[in-house]
Design a protein around this ligand. Sequence first.
Ligand SMILES: [Fe+2]
Length: 280
Amino acid sequence: MLGTPVFVMGGLSQAIAVYADSYVTFKEATHLVALLLLVVGWICLKPEEGQEQDGQNSTSTNGEVSSSYPQNLANCPHLEITRKRMQEIKDYHVISQTHVLPYSYLCQIYHLLNLKHLETVHNLSLSNLRIVGVSQASATETGGCIKFQTVLDSPFNVLRMWRQPVVEVELTLHSRYTVELSIPAYAGKRMIVLFNSFPIEENLHELSINIYTDLRWPRPVMQFCLHLASLMTLYEDLPYLKNISKNVEHLFRSNRNINHEAMWLIKRFIDLYSSEYEVA
Ligand SMILES: [Fe+2]
């Protein structure tokens, strides 16, 4: 969108310079040839929708599941659940980010399922968002879903650009590795953030973040804003993840008997996958 008008402007500027006098100088001719080569290169090399990103990223632009998970997960039924969900919403895919973080994947899961951290850790990026209470919790075979009310207190909260001040957000544990956050936007639209946390080694995991929406904003603007927001929340999360990593197994164990509604999904994860953290 930006490149093409820039080249058109450059071409017009060069053409005016050439026809302003009665002859073409060597400098003008060189500039014209260089511009022509750049335009041809720009058109020929323009990335197409759905084409894979560079080799460093393991998630393609249409949000397919990462291919860099450890080989021992290749036939894991939990990955099939993730693939199925990503397939269902792939038409609304906007951005992907993949990060390798030096913590156990359980730290990431604990962090994602802990509602309270949205108020405490993300008080800057979410501009003092408040969680009012959990309205519904339901279990599935491989996870569960909770619905909770969130409130934007401040009239200057940047999130008001795309959502109402009070909305019911859904947090879903799809499988051992996948968590989804679904937030209502204006006019019945939604913003969905799908987090995959794949173990690589004991204290290393891959976090892939895929964001989907049916909001009809200009795509480049939306991609820019969502990449920025995603990086900012990750930056806020890093000290918190580091803190959790010191005693993640203890954190899971200590929440086993807690009946607080905000911890319902963590308890569900414990009930289903306790063998994951009850290691020798
Ligand atoms: Fe977070």
